[in-house]
Design a protein around this ligand. Structure first.
Ligand code: PEP
Length: 253
């Protein structure tokens, strides 16, 4: 069984007082919902991990980083290592989010290096893959996704069983334009098949989550798809009632 994984990506949002209010509303809301069979992860800006970790005490809520350095330590100004994230209570870390691949020119090779560092630090890397609208329209989607996934398979080897894969079509991130549940399932199914060609049992156990304008009103249809095991939620995760509603969506089988 693959448990449902819901991840909140706060991106560059939040501040001390927003976080206090969020944590209080979220903690109260959690008392009303049943999270059995679900893992919920919050990825705030890393500077707020300690504050939020002290405010959201629910055992079923985990924390994650939004990125990590590909280096362990040294003269790398502005970077945060996997070990540091772990020390601040993280269990997960996003790797290769499209906003980093595009804005910071993160290559497939760099993404693999970061994922290996995350695993070495005891974190689960949530590796993001996805195509642009132009690539989809010009029928390059499979080529782009193949390059991203092949590099993960080759670079991680057997450690690929320690990752979560997030399919995030770039055209659906922050645009309000969600992939339909069928479109998302088609790609998730294709990805699982592709990974299965290398290692069937890894593919069957791999948690594969979808991200891109997820909201409470489309979460259910997405989670009903056989190869969608969870959701990566950006904007909607910043609104407590909306995020709580997403957290309790979907049947646990
Ligand atoms: C994301 O941050 O990965 C994301 C999918 O954002 P949004 O839900 O806002 O599209």
């Amino acid at each position: 069984m693959r448990p449902i994984l819901i991840i909140a990506n706060w991106k560059l949002n939040g501040n001390w007082s927003f976080n206090e209010e969020y944590a209080s509303l979220f903690s109260n809301g959690l008392k009303e919902i049943d999270l059995t069979g679900r893992q919920i992860v919050i990825c705030p800006p890393s500077i707020y991990l300690q504050q939020l970790n002290g405010l959201i005490l629910d055992q079923e809520i985990y924390f994650g980083g939004q990125d990590l350095s590909d280096e362990i330590s040294g003269a790398f100004t502005g970077e945060v290592s996997g070990v540091m994230l772990k020390e601040f209570g993280c269990r997960y870390v996003l790797v290769g989010h499209s906003e980093r691949r595009l804005r910071h020119q993160e290559s497939n090779e760099l993404v693999v290096k970061k994922a290996l560092n995350a695993i070495a630090a005891g974190l689960t890397p949530v590796i993001c893959v996805g195509e642009t609208l132009e690539q989809r329209q010009s029928k390059q989607m499979e080529e782009v996704l193949s390059a991203q996934v092949d590099s993960i398979l080759q670079g991680l080897g057997e450690q690929v069983e320690q990752i979560v894969l997030a399919y995030e079509p770039i055209w659906a991130i922050g645009t309000g334009q969600t992939a339909t549940a069928e479109q998302a399932q088609e790609v998730h199914g294709w990805l699982r098949e592709k990974i299965g060609a290398t290692n069937r049992s890894v593919a069957e156990n791999l948690q594969m989550i979808y991200g891109g304008s997820v909201k409470s009103d489309n979460a259910k249809q997405l989670l009903e798809m056989p190869d969608i095991d969870g959701l990566l939620v950006g904007g909607a995760s910043l609104v407590v009632p909306e995020f709580l509603s997403i957290c309790q969506t979907g049947e646990v089988i």
